[in-house]
Design a protein around this ligand. Structure first.
Ligand code: T5A
Length: 222
């Protein structure tokens, strides 16, 4: 985290399109890090705090008329402001490892790059409203959108008429391109992981990226 607060912990985010395996992998990584002796907070966005979960319900509910792009962006940031202040910053200040299923890169990809607002606009509003808190490590799980969407719907967590599932194929391609661009622009922070492999192989690649940075052995399977 680059913010100047008295941070002692380590902030990891998982990113990627729909159904790439973020939540599944986040749970596995949290278990692994706990076994290694870390105090772990596993959280997600949108959501993670009571207020942010209420905003999540509003954002993800099917709507007769979509929100305006700016209203949607501001709601994601409103949820994040509450989550950062109530959950993420206190955990990092207490020296914990925070694993967050999606964070600001999702806003840049979905509300910025894939929408009419653009990624620069999304970054600018983020900096003005929330500041410069950034993850220490961002793991981007990469998968063609159609494969991820199939997985998400098959898992039963999502339905075909879900607000975000019903976006066009072109929209999800732009989201994927944006994650590729972020990984290229910030190679120190972002690691791209191939998501089309077996679950355990993906876990192993994620553990390797974290293990290198936290000095943990990561050869064993979980
Ligand atoms: N959003 C979010 C924005 O637009 N802006 C923002 O700023 C933020 C923070 C969130 C929506 O909000 C958008 C993005 C999203 O559209 P969500 O329900 O939290 O909604 O959606 P996702 O984060 O995309 O969660 P999903 O559940 O859809 O996907 P996951 O978490 O990536 O996938 P997961 O782990 O649930 O796995 C899906 C299925 O695939 C299987 C799993 O077992 C599960 O059944 N699976 C695999 N199968 C085979 N091989 C593998 N390697 C597998 N990995 C997982």
């Amino acid at each position: 985290m680059t913010e100047s607060s008295s941070k002692k912990g380590y902030f990891i985010t998982l990113e990627g399109g729909e159904g790439v395996g973020k939540s599944t992998q986040a749970r596995r990584l949290a278990g692994w890090l706990e076994q290694a002796g870390h105090d772990v907070v596993l959280t997600r966005e949108p959501g993670g705090s009571k207020g942010a979960e209420a905003i999540r319900d509003l954002l993800l509910a099917p709507k007769d008329e979509p929100l305006s792009p700016k209203a949607e962006l501001l709601l994601f940031l409103a949820a994040r402001a509450d989550h950062v202040e109530k959950i993420i910053q206190p955990a990092l200040a207490a020296g914990k490892v925070v694993i967050c299923d999606r964070f600001m890169d999702s806003t840049v990809a979905y509300q910025g790059a894939a929408s009419q607002l653009g990624s620069e606009y999304a970054w600018a509003v983020y900096r003005t409203t929330i500041g410069d808190i950034m993850p220490d490590l961002t793991l981007i799980i990469d998968l063609p959108p159609e494969e991820g969407l199939k997985r998400a719907v098959a898992s039963g967590k999502r339905s075909e008429d879900d607000r975000f599932e019903s976006e066009s194929q072109n929209f999800h391609e732009k989201v994927r391109e944006s994650f590729h661009a972020l990984a290229k622009a910030e190679p120190q922070r972002c690691v791209m992981i191939e998501g089309g492999k077996q679950l355990s192989e993906v876990t192993q690649a994620l553990k390797a990226a974290i293990g290198e940075r936290l000095g943990l052995p990561h050869g064993q399977s979980h």
